[in-house]
Design a protein. Structure first.
Length: 78
């Protein structure tokens, strides 16, 4: 219920959900992701309305080679 229900719902919930989807897609496309440990992921949920994880997932990211080219090109233009 982070955006409310019924008449009291957030008028920009659709925009927020699209923005989250686009941002997540950009992160997946731009970086290579790896887990920090080789242990299995703990999928137990903690307490709260939005069902947070009991133990947060830790990950490392590394920019993909195409992003290095893009970022160096935009830094030269500035």
């Amino acid at each position: 219920m982070p955006f409310g229900i019924g008449r009291r719902t957030c008028p920009r919930a659709g925009l927020a959900q699209r923005t989250v989807n686009l941002t997540l897609g950009l992160l997946i496309q731009s970086f290579e992701w790896e887990r920090v440990t080789t242990e299995e992921v703990d999928i137990n949920e903690g307490s709260g309305i939005t069902m947070p994880k009991a133990m947060p997932l830790e990950a490392m990211c590394k920019a993909r080679p195409i992003m290095h080219k893009l970022l160096s090109k935009s830094a030269d233009d500035v």
